[in-house]
Design a protein around this ligand. Structure first.
Ligand SMILES: Cc1cc2nc3c(=O)[nH]c(=O)nc-3n(C[C@H](O)[C@H](O)[C@H](O)COP(=O)(O)OP(=O)(O)OC[C@H]3O[C@@H](n4cnc5c(N)ncnc54)[C@H](O)[C@@H]3O)c2cc1C
Length: 527
């Protein structure tokens, strides 16, 4: 018999195992003769002026707890009867490949970028030499956009699949056990590459293939059915899993030409990264208690804020406590910022995107006209995004990003360059009045939204807060339509769009689950 119990303790009590056991057992209804405590979940609750920890335990009464690994799938050697080409080695592609191997189906992953070792060197060049390699950057290369990220693994897409099974797989490939119990698990950019490498090695060991520096430039389509892809050479396939993420503009352009009806404009969000000294956020969230006895257990503080302005959401996204703002452009002519952190989350700063919901009806008509000329009006959001990224480049300097003190943004005045604070963004920042070039519907809602956010999180607006722009890649502006049940593209048979680029998922875990689901749908057809 099992009972689940949640207790609430002060941070300084967390390591007091005797007290914890006593508190848990005091809540267990059935006595039995043997009771075994299994720790399940830890969450930090800093609301209402007090910091508390909620600890959840499963208590097994007169029975043995199950082994942790029970949820790991059984992968088989590829039997060679069928081949599925997976375009992209991000979470959707990798988890899709592993899912196919549960059925013994051979995946060939083609990835436009290099492996993590080369990718790391290319990423270093962005800050050192101001050079963005269009095939190897924060978005492209082994592991996709998730490799050099914070590796936050929480998602609200419970309906998509079994989140804990994704966490178990990450753990099996080397992620810390803590991800299985933290309410907000994260891996850290310093640990992710090795985990991704281990997943790739497993896929190859089981008879799959992973081909780096191999970019899909066309689909081979016969009578409305995809027969393979062109990637240097022609690669035949029984099915194609399209997991190219939301930065692969060329893939959307390709689809606009061959199957424009497969595209649909969707709501997305754009805005800025706001960076505070970590101490400021810790102080706000932990009510000044971070440095008291036991406070060090809490780690860098997180926040999540959301509000509405004129019917549009203004909210924080991808908050990186103790993290870095990073240059995540996927080409040399644009500036895009994002955030990441190491496992220890111990940098001097904490940052988050603050973005404004952008609906199809918010896209200026000039982008619709341009998009039509490219084959599909549904590319308009993508073109709007690109324009903002290019405007940022012309208002910055190389990859040095336009930036402004938050207080100056609200006062609509340029920050004197000497007043710009130190930042974690290594390519550097350039003083710019963001109000002058951010689209007005974004700048105005951002200003109003941030004022509202400060009402709930007093001190968010402070002299040290810095805005770095633009944050444009929170989700894709265009969806690749697919059948709800079969996951097959509505316009091209045998093509399975999945992950963030498909418009049906967002974030590491939800994209991984979506890749799994699409792969399972493929297996149902092939087996
Ligand atoms: C800096 C940063 C930090 C992030 N932090 C987090 C976080 O902490 N938590 C979280 O949940 N999410 C985070 N994200 C978002 C997350 O990484 C994505 O949601 C996730 O990676 C999407 O997975 P995916 O497999 O769908 O696509 P992607 O990860 O984007 O992978 C797509 C892959 O396809 C490849 N590709 C594209 N076009 C082609 C082509 N034509 N031929 C061959 N290959 C191609 C790309 O090179 C890429 O490797 C972050 C993103 C960034 C950039």
């Amino acid at each position: 018999m099992k009972e689940t119990v949640t207790i609430t303790v002060k941070p300084e009590q967390e390591k007091n195992t005797k007290l914890i056991e006593k508190l848990v057992l005091s809540q267990v209804k059935n006595r039995g003769s043997k009771r075994t405590l299994v720790f399940c979940k830890r969450s930090v609750d800093a609301r209402h002026g007090q910091v508390k920890l909620h600890l959840r335990y499963d208590v097994y009464i007169d029975e043995e707890p199950p082994a942790l690994q029970t949820k790991l799938p059984v992968w088989k050697k590829a039997d060679g009867k069928h081949t599925v080409v997976i375009i992209g080695s991000g979470p959707a592609g990798l988890f899709g490949a592993l899912k196919l191997l549960e059925y013994g189906i051979k995946p060939i992953i083609i990835e436009r970028g290099p492996d993590t070792t080369q990718r790391r060197k290319d990423i270093a060049l962005i800050s050192k030499e101001d050079f963005v390699n269009a095939e190897s950057n924060y978005c492209f290369g082994e592991g996709g956009a998730g490799t050099f990220s914070d590796g936050k693994l929480y998602t609200r897409s419970n309906k998509r699949g079994d989140i804990s099974s994704i966490l178990q797989i990450f753990h099996a490939f080397g992620a810390d056990e803590k991800i299985l119990t933290d309410a907000h698990p994260h891996i850290g950019t310093d640990r992710l590459p090795k985990i991704i490498n281990a997943m790739r090695d497993k896929i190859i060991e089981l008879g799959g293939e992973v081909r780096f520096n191999t970019k899909c430039t066309d689909f081979i389509v016969e009578n409305g059915h995809v027969k393979g892809v062109v990637a240097g050479t022609e690669i035949p396939a029984d099915a194609v899993l399209l997991a190219t993420g939301h930065s692969a503009t060329d893939i959307y352009m390709m689809l606009a030409k061959i199957a424009p009806k497969a595209l649909e404009m969707k709501t997305f969000a754009m805005g800025v990264r706001v960076e505070h000294p970590r101490q400021v956020i810790d102080q706000l969230q932990y009510h000044g208690k971070q440095n008291q006895e036991g406070g060090q257990n809490l780690g860098a503080a997180e926040y999540r804020v959301t509000t509405q302005v004129d019917g549009r959401g203004v909210y924080s996204f991808c908050m990186c406590p103790g993290g870095f703002v990073v240059p995540s452009a996927s080409g040399p002519d644009e500036i895009v910022v994002n955030g990441m952190s190491a496992a220890a989350r111990n940098s001097k700063w904490s940052n988050a995107a603050i973005v404004v919901e952008t609906r199809p009806e918010d896209i200026p008509s000039t982008f619709l006209d341009q998009a039509k000329k490219l084959g599909s009006a549904d590319l308009a959001g993508l073109l709007f995004r690109t324009k903002l990224e290019q405007d940022a480049k012309s208002n910055g300097n190389g990859q040095a990003a336009p930036a402004q003190l938050l207080t100056d943004f609200l006062a609509n005045k340029k920050t004197p360059p000497e007043n710009l604070p130190a930042t974690s963004y290594t390519p550097g920042i350039v003083s710019s009045n963001l109000n002058d070039w951010l689209p007005p519907q974004i700048a105005e809602k951002l200003a109003q939204g941030i004022r509202q956010i400060d009402q709930n999180m007093k001190g968010f607006i402070c002299p040290q807060a810095l805005m770095i722009a633009p944050e444009t890649r929170t989700s894709t502006p265009v969806r690749i339509l697919r059948n709800k049940e079969t996951f097959e593209c509505t316009e091209i048979k045998g093509l399975y769009p999945a992950g963030e680029g498909s418009g049906y998922a967002g974030g590491i875990v939800s994209s991984a689950m979506d890749g799994e689901n699409a792969a399972k749908a493929i297996a149902c057809v092939l087996k």
